[in-house]
Design a protein around this ligand. Sequence first.
Ligand code: DGT
Ligand code: CA
Ligand code: CA
Ligand code: ZN
Length: 572
Amino acid sequence: MKNEEVARLLREMGDLLEMGGENGFKVVAYRRAARSIESMKMDLEEVSLRGELESIPGVGKAIAAKIREFLETGRIEAHDRLFRETPPGMAELLAISGLGPKTVSMLHQRLGVSSVEELELAAREHRVRRLPRMGPTSEKNILRAIERWKKRSDRIPLGVAQPLAEEILGHLKKVEGIGDLTLAGSLRRGRETVGDIDILATSTEPAAAILAFVEIPAVEEVLMRGPTKASVIVDETVQVDLRIVEPRSFGTVIQYFTGSKEHNVKLRQVALSKGYSLSEYSLKRVADGEELFFDREEDLYRHLGMDWIPPEIREDGGEVEAALTGDLPRLVEVSDMKGDLHVHSDWSDGRHPIEEMAFAAQKLGYEYLAICDHSPSLAIANGLAEDRLREKTELIRRLNEEMEGFSVLVGTEVEIRVDGRLDYPDEILERCDVVVASVHSAYQQREREMTNRIISAMESEHVDVIGHPTGRKIGEREPYEVDMERVLEAAARTETAMEINAHPSRLDLNDRWARRAKEMGVTLAINTDAHSTCGLSVMEYGVKTARRGWLEKKDILNTLGLDDLMRYLDRS
Ligand code: DGT
Ligand code: CA
Ligand code: CA
Ligand code: ZN
């Protein structure tokens, strides 16, 4: 689907124009077109083929021509030109949170600011507070946002790295001579961000394998190339390392390169205590220097007197001790998931109709899907007024009569308002099968207020799940200030499930809080928050996060079959 890319470019054009001092209809037109294209269900290519581009709200002759240009050439020349004409530092200013194009334009015109450094200086010298609509507080906020921007990590989100890695594995799999092939490093451990992509393989012809690797079309640069290993760059900034390994030590090598470093240190201690020295390639008996090789990881762990440890928990968080005593958890798996309790449809800000979401979920082998559209106060996401929710409920009832072996559940993602009240009255919530309650506003509240706000939502007997409980977006937005220990205590007491939002930019709760929640007796739910049928597939990231939090099937609400789930939801 080209829709998202086109919408992004058009929106960027609006921003760039506005930064350049343009205002009025042109800026508005680009944004309006971007919005309609984003929420459109049909593929732009198809619309263009039918000659109907101009029937899209906000798209006139000029914008339609630009869309056609993109569909034919993959670029929009006017966009590239605007980008070239904007001083490079200014586009970067947009990445400072709280700064929109209008403010950036004013900063440029009044203070001559065209880079983050210049903005920082201007704020420190108190020149910013003298501008219209600015003051000491906004100056302080800008400085704080700049600090955060400087600390932003260049680590790659799991949701970007995993598909890239799979694409590369797909190419390598077809190369002559390659035998075993696996991911290693933090990506195999399922960390929420990774420094690079580590791949290990065996091959009867290492040189040919390395050659094939550096020639994969996605490779943009070759950093290093030797007889058995190479490092390349894909997707502008992502480093991929490939190592070709001897088959007889494959198990030992993948163990080493899967890490974590801390886990490996602990494992070497265990080896020493049993009279072995563990290296990258082998296990050596200290007494007589005899070297043992393992082609499978399982055999290495077993030889050290322990169970095989799933990569996700190899972080020196007690897993080595548990493996030695046979007390490892049986971690939850994607195939344990029986449904998804938080997705959106085109009734609010989702892209696809309820039927399509339901069919897609059924195809994944689920038994149920809860359609949780937004509530009225989230107007930008087209939240549902009460009568529309009733209408939607009717539609779901009819749909359920048609579907076999699958149930669509009536849900809502209800706003937790600033004061902790919910955005629908009790009699509406009562009629929903599943109520997810979430915070989408007033992120700046103080910790006490935010904590109490979420806890009061949990006190409602209708609330089943707290959605994305800390509000963070990886690399984009810090979690809001909240006393999570108190929230989890309340979750245990009120028997409210905590969500692990599986969207790779959220993963919220994160692995550590998920583990803490389990310790405190809280039930978790792993939900995708899908806004389209493709969005359902991010479940794997949520499950990885749950596994990193040591969670088992029994800790997770939506591993229950439909009947057990309904009994659980109806209790009170
Ligand atoms: P990343 O890439 O920063 O997300 O994290 P990792 O864990 O993938 O680290 P990376 O790519 O530097 O190395 C992959 C694995 O190799 C790492 O998890 C453990 C192992 N390793 C690398 N360097 C060392 C080291 O100096 N000591 C030990 N014990 N293991 C190492
Ligand atoms: Ca790595
Ligand atoms: Ca590496
Ligand atoms: Zn949502």
